[in-house]
Design a protein around this ligand. Structure first.
Ligand SMILES: Cc1cc2nc3c(=O)[nH]c(=O)nc-3n(C[C@H](O)[C@H](O)[C@H](O)COP(=O)(O)OP(=O)(O)OC[C@H]3O[C@@H](n4cnc5c(N)ncnc54)[C@H](O)[C@@H]3O)c2cc1C
Ligand SMILES: NC(=O)c1ccc[n+]([C@@H]2O[C@H](COP(=O)([O-])OP(=O)(O)OC[C@H]3O[C@@H](n4cnc5c(N)ncnc54)[C@H](OP(=O)(O)O)[C@@H]3O)[C@@H](O)[C@H]2O)c1
Length: 587
């Protein structure tokens, strides 16, 4: 208590302040505090560590990345000592893991929980950031690092009448810690993205009746979760270096490689056999069956049609099967879900599918969701309606850069930064997995480690060189934004026009493809580099990154780096040489 009172109102002076204590914030704290010896404080809105896994406690919540790769890889000892129980760990197991990491490296003592940041202003004269919390505390810091996640701002749609609903309602990303008892209840769930697809089969097991409100039909592939065998666990312990090598060498950060075969160059019989094998194996590897699935519509159609065929096979009622398989976008153009008995669930007598594209939700009334077709009486509504992704958590920080420029104004037309890491006009601000970086197109711990290590290396470099300030140059931002758009346009991803990748799920949000998809459509030389693997091609990625940074960032301090080379050619060379930054990390 005394600590709280003492701290309230007082300004704390820091070298680095990190916002968020999920995968990103924990590792950023460890790097800056223990490797560089900086004074660091982490501020976290939640009551504990875990980020995504602290908030998303809905039934069925587990990761889609395979457990042996959904973890940190910076410490071989940590990799060896932690034992996952299943192919895809459930939310409580991931929370145990992140708490273990926080305790093992003694991180919690430098994290302030239940502390939401509501403002950050840059003071140019002092070269300091002033950070404010909801409770009125103030901090000043030289380096401000946002580790606020890409998917941490719940999106509850503004459906008229919600405030009059007499039952209970929940968003999956803000799930109550005590859980929700669905026994005997009439439950409605809105949303059939990755979250809805995980939650629906589990809720259906106990609810008296479950009504699924589907706006966009979605692809899904069986996850085929299994407990890990003692042999596999031993294999993981014996192969930590190899796992790290593979996840860093593959473009998507997952522990599997993408086939070099082209769907279009494969006979239909063989293609069918390969899809069958991938379906049986299960998981996100399905999209790695062929090289051209995300860049060639005709190739993609073969995967899409295979999955539609499976839906029609599994779902017994032809009308329900038709609604579920009437999918309007290319396979994997939205984040592809994986599931445990999702389509099978629609064969249960207590589950109803409502197509709200054909018959939209009009309003919520005290005891029902009302669509154009009629009322669906409910005791509980679950919003599996996703997030104000990527920019949402950053804009809610109310950051103001040089001359008081609000980040919201700088990003009025959509996010603009360099490499997803820095915004022009916001010196010494770093955004871990910011928009414009591969982030959500990757197995995220790999993308996170890359950004955190890059930021740490950059700050170490600045200290060594006596540099006080780093910020992206506006010209570099222009070039990078063009690059991000071009990378997306070279894929099929923007064809899913209702995707959260484009911000389309939040009314009024600018329609801009936010993650960097540059590794999905590759020039041949990069393909070759990818095959050879990151470390072998580029043994000193950080040195290379810092070297090229001199072209594209402007440093201020005792030493000045003002190279004038900022052309498209400079950036394409950088993308080729800086394998430690964005270029190797998307899919
Ligand atoms: C249900 C779900 C399942 C997922 N499964 C996978 C998967 O299988 N594989 C994969 O690669 N990725 C997955 N992801 C993505 C997941 O977000 C990342 O894998 C990873 O957990 C992100 O870590 P992070 O630390 O960057 O962000 P988060 O885990 O989102 O942590 C950000 C933290 O910042 C805090 N914060 C935000 N704003 C403020 C503020 N103003 N003040 C103070 N604190 C603040 C939040 O409370 C949060 O704790 C999943 C996402 C969801 C929602
Ligand atoms: N295990 C995992 O790996 C895992 C699990 C869950 C989530 N995630 C991550 O989190 C991301 C978000 O997943 P999510 O499922 O939470 O969100 P999402 O993918 O954005 O899906 C939201 C769903 O809600 C629907 N919806 C939104 N607003 C609606 C409205 N007003 N009326 C009717 N329907 C509405 C959407 O329909 P439309 O499609 O028509 O917009 C969509 O079906 C995923 O893409 C993934 O990156 C990962």
């Amino acid at each position: 208590m005394t600590t709280v009172l003492q701290r309230q109102g007082a300004t704390r002076d820091l070298e680095a302040l990190v916002i968020g204590a999920g995968f990103s914030g924990l590792y950023q704290l460890l790097c800056l505090r223990d490797r560089l010896g900086l004074s660091v404080q982490v501020l976290e809105a939640a009551g504990g560590v875990g980020g995504t896994w602290y908030w998303n406690r809905y039934p069925g919540a587990r990761c889609d990345s395979e457990s042996h790769a959904y973890c940190y890889s910076f410490s071989e000892e940590l990799m060896r000592e932690w034992e996952w129980s299943e192919r895809y760990p459930e939310q409580p197991e991931i929370m145990r893991y992140l708490n273990h990491v926080a305790d093992r490296f003694d991180l919690k003592k430098d994290i302030r929980f239940n502390t939401r940041v509501i403002g950050a202003d840059y003071d140019e004269a002092a070269n300091r950031w002033h950070v404010r919390t909801e409770a009125g505390e103030e901090f000043t810091t030289k380096f401000l690092i946002t580790a606020v996640g890409c998917l941490s701002t719940a999106n509850v749609p503004a459906i008229p009448g919600l405030e009059d609903f007499a039952g209970k309602w929940y968003h999956t990303g803000q799930w109550p810690h005590e859980g929700v008892d669905f026994t005997g209840k009439r439950v409605g769930i809105i949303g059939t993205g990755s979250t809805g697809i995980q939650a629906i089969p589990v809720i259906a097991e106990t609810a008296a009746h479950l009504t699924v409100f589907q706006r966009t039909a979605n692809y899904s592939v069986p996850a085929r979760n299994v407990p890990l065998t003692p042999e596999f666990k031993q294999w993981v312990r014996d192969n930590t270096a190899e796992i790290r090598r593979v996840t860093q060498a593959t473009p998507n950060g997952h522990p599997f490689t993408i086939s070099e075969r082209l769907a279009r160059a494969t006979s239909s019989e063989e293609r069918q056999a390969l899809y069958e094998a991938a379906w049986e194996k299960g998981g996100l590897q399905f999209r790695a069956t062929f090289q051209d699935l995300l860049v060639d519509k005709e190739a993609n159609d073969t995967a899409a049609e295979f999955i539609r065929g499976k839906i029609r096979e599994i779902v017994k009622d032809p009308e329900t099967a038709a609604k579920l398989s009437d999918i309007d976008h290319p396979y994997a153009a939205k984040r592809p879900p994986i599931d445990a008995d999702y389509f099978e669930t629609f064969n249960r007598p207590n589950v109803t599918l409502v197509d709200v594209r054909a018959t939209p939700i009009e309003r919520i009334v005290p005891d029902s969701i009302r669509t154009r077709e009629g009322d669906y009486p409910l005791d509980i509504i679950v919003f599996a309606t996703g997030f104000d992704a990527m920019t949402g958590p950053l804009l809610r920080l109310n950051i103001r850069g040089r001359s008081g420029l609000p980040l919201a104004r700088a990003w009025e037309a959509g996010p603009r930064n360099y490499l997803g890491l820095q915004v022009a006009g916001f010196p010494n601000l770093f955004t871990v997995t910011g928009p414009g970086s591969p982030s959500v197109l990757c197995n995220m711990p790999v993308a996170i480690e890359q950004h955190v290590e890059w930021i740490t290396g950059c700050i170490a470099h600045m200290r060594a060189q006596g540099l006080e300030r780093i910020e992206a140059r506006p010209e570099a931002v222009d070039i990078w934004v063009k690059q991000v758009n071009a990378a997306a346009d070279a894929t099929l991803l923007p064809q899913a026009t209702h995707s959260w990748y484009l911000g389309a799920n939040v009314p009024g949000k600018p329609r801009v493809f936010m993650p960097y998809a540059g590794r999905m459509a590759l020039p041949p030389d990069l393909c070759r580099c990818r095959r050879q693997g990151l470390r072998r091609v580029c043994p000193e990625p950080l040195r290379q990154d810092l070297h090229s940074l001199q072209y594209l960032f402007s440093f201020r301090g005792r030493a000045h780096c003002h190279c004038e080379e900022q052309s498209d050619e400079a950036i394409s060379r950088m993308v080729r040489t800086c394998r430690g930054i964005a270029s190797l990390r998307s899919q």
